[in-house]
Write a protein that binds this ligand. Structure first.
Ligand SMILES: [Zn+2]
Length: 177
């Protein structure tokens, strides 16, 4: 019981420190050995994608996911949450680490699509893209879905950009006196 309480406090403090001092979203990372690195990566993507402090993101690395899925994103709309956007990202831990990293970038693009209202869940298995009519997912192949095309193209760029940014940051740290 005490442990739960402590864990909750730690979570709360990290939410406050990440979320409210800067205009960044609050991001919680679970189920991975390098939480700080993943948090940095997700914050980097969030900044480029224009996600701000009104967005809460929980990123879980897990085995508890359909083995064929690389990852997925769920969204709770702001009306329900009084102006907040809640995003749940799950990443398949069975995949290679580099695949998990690209999947994170991919799912962050979906987060942005939901938050900006480009992608909307109408009801079970029906989505609307950029205000178009709701269509059943089963009528469109995965690679034909416009939000998947966008996430695919953008995630590769985001990941490459992050690697360059990280390398430069490492070099400048090494050059510090
Ligand atoms: Zn996708």
């Amino acid at each position: 019981m005490k442990t739960c309480f402590l864990t909750f406090c730690t979570l709360l403090i990290s939410l406050i420190s990440v979320g409210s001092i800067h205009a960044q979203p609050s991001i919680v990372v679970k189920g991975t050995y390098d939480q700080k690195e993943i948090l940095n990566q997700a914050l980097h993507y969030a900044e480029i994608l224009g996600l701000d402090k009104k967005t809460h993101i929980i990123i879980s690395f897990t085995h508890n996911i359909n083995p064929v899925n690389l990852g997925y994103t769920q969204y709770q709309s702001e009306e329900v949450l009084g102006g907040w956007h809640q995003i749940y990202i799950r990443i398949n831990k069975r995949k290679r680490r580099s695949v998990q990293m690209i999947t994170l970038a991919h799912e962050m693009v979906h987060a942005q699509q939901f938050v900006m209202g480009k992608l909307k869940l109408c009801n079970n298995d029906q989505y609307s893209w950029r205000g178009s009519q709701c269509t059943d997912l089963r009528n469109t192949a995965y690679h034909e879905r416009p939000w998947e095309r966008e996430a695919q193209a953008t995630s590769v760029k985001l990941y490459d950009q992050y690697k360059t940014y990280n390398l430069m940051a490492m070099r400048s740290r090494r050059n510090d006196p």
